[in-house]
Design a protein around this ligand. Structure first.
Ligand code: SF4
Length: 467
């Protein structure tokens, strides 16, 4: 009988070119994404007089620096020379190397981790890389997707290969069904709250269980996206009919006989019965509530019905000191019910929660209501923006008082100037609530799109199930 293997193991074994010692392997990279931050890798490559080895396997996407206003004017609408320079560098590097470029004017532009799956570039069984932490998002389609640094990116551009230390495996099984108002974002925040930001360190996570199987690909992407916030090298979900239906007919997905061949292979990828993982964690979906963060780390997450925790009740000195610093930064008092915390603005978007399903969930809350704080939405891609407009979601957002912006990373990292002012508290669908993440002195509370919409309406953190 054949040895049973995990999804991760199957993909890893198919991609090893050279093995060095027990754990280091040279892997073939199937798809590589670059954004504006790739300039150092391209620069180093050019300095050595080299070009991209396999240009058809690299895809350039403008996202971090693209403005979300005045987009109809293209590059001419960018006032900040630094921002324009970053976008031009990406365009020039892509052109010089014959790499496909989804730039500011391209109707397929969007956030790199939204565009890859949306165009069918990301597929099950592939190794996908990008010089970006949240590359783990692509694992939702059953790919092994890893974020890399500039030197690794240069290596991939030059050789289409990557040296990697083999991670351990961790299976997180989420059993049961999610209750009303509880979404993929709440699942991943609950997981990180349970295992901590170092809980997945050195591991590739496979998410399994009835609740994960019931999620759409959009929801699975939200979960896989934040694997990195638990310290994991990758997050993945075994491909199934939901995956195949999502991919079928997309621009870069295989067609005709190639589709049939690919499908036959993809069906062999799920973890075999009896395969073992280095670690296992389980969660009961039925026990989950909408989650919200109170501190400056994604692990500082609690059910919305809870109160701001008291560091004095924590015995671990390091943890207590970190909590005290987080509360100083967020300006919250221990014991305050989270639902009494007022917010100053709301933001919906990002590679975590900027997909059509996220916009629909937020619009369902906003319909017939008005926001009470400045609020904006930046769809995860220009394609999603068009789709939302075709469905009339933009009208609902606008009538509620939301600013309907163009697609980009926007206020997730605020590199394009979409900054949350110092001292302001933002209800956000993004993935990081670190100090200064949305702008110097900004305070971020992570939550789901429906929860952000609810907070925008009431002006405070709100249990969306009550609206
Ligand atoms: S949306 Fe945020 S997390 Fe995602 S790629 Fe952009 S900056 Fe990174």
């Amino acid at each position: 009988m054949n040895t049973p293997h995990t999804l991760f193991e199957k993909i890893w074994r198919r991609h090893v070119i050279v093995q060095r010692g027990d754990s280091d392997a040279l892997l073939h990279v199937d798809r590589n994404f670059v954004h504006e931050g790739s300039m150092f890798a391209f620069g180093a490559l050019a300095k050595e007089g080299r070009n991209v080895r396999k240009p058809r396997q690299t895809f350039a996407v403008a996202d971090h620096y693209v403005p979300t206003l005045n987009r109809e004017r293209g590059m001419a609408g960018i006032a900040d020379p630094e921002v324009r320079n970053m976008l031009e560098l990406l365009e020039n590097n892509a052109r010089a190397n014959d790499v496909v470029h989804f730039g500011i004017d391209d109707p397929r532009q969007g956030i790199v981790h939204v565009v890859g799956p949306e165009l069918g570039i990301t597929q099950p069984g592939l190794i996908v890389t990008c010089g970006d932490s949240h590359t783990s998002t692509h694992g939702a389609l059953g790919a092994l997707a890893v974020g890399i640094g500039a030197s690794h990116l240069k290596q991939i551009l030059a050789t289409q290969c990557l040296w990697q230390k083999k991670p351990k495996t961790l299976r997180i099984t989420v059993d049961g069904a999610l209750g009303p108002g509880v979404s993929a974002k709440d699942v991943i925040l609950a997981i990180i709250a349970k295992i901590g930001t170092a809980g997945g360190t050195g591991h590739a996570i496979e998410y399994a269980g009835a609740a994960m199987r019931a999620l759409s690909i959009e929801g699975r992407m939200t979960v896989c996206n934040m694997s990195i916030e638990a310290g994991a090298r990758a997050g993945m979900v075994a491909p199934d009919d939901t995956t195949f239906e999502y991919l079928h007919g997309r621009e870069y997905a295989p067609r005709g006989a190639h589709w049939d061949q690919a499908l036959a292979l993809w069906r062999t990828l799920p973890t075999d019965e009896g395969a073992t993982f280095d670690r296992e964690v389980t969660l009961d979906a039925r026990a989950l509530e909408p989650m919200v963060t109170w501190g400056t780390s994604p692990e500082d997450a609690l059910p919305v019905s809870a109160a701001v925790p008291d560091p004095a009740s924590v015995s671990d000195a390091d943890r207590r000191a970190r909590m005290e610093q987080a509360l100083r930064y967020t300006g919250l008092t221990p014991g305050t019910p989270l639902q009494q915390v007022k917010i100053d603005r709301a933001f919906i978007g990002t590679c975590t929660n900027g997909r059509i399903e996220d916009l629909r969930a937020a619009a369902a809350v906003l319909k017939g209501r008005k926001v009470t704080v400045p609020s904006w939405v930046s769809p995860g891609s220009t394609t999603i923006k068009r789709q939302a407009e075709a469905e009339g979601l933009d009208r609902i957002f606008r009538e509620a008082g939301f600013d309907w912006r163009a697609s980009g990373c926007s206020s997730c990292a605020s590199m394009n100037g979409d900054i949350v002012p110092a001292g302001e508290r933002c209800a956000s669908t993004s993935n990081r609530n670190f100090e200064g993440r949305q702008g110097k002195g900004s305070r971020t509370h992570l939550m789901s799109p429906a929860m952000v919409a609810a907070a925008a309406v009431t002006g405070r953190i709100t249990d969306v199930r009550k609206l």
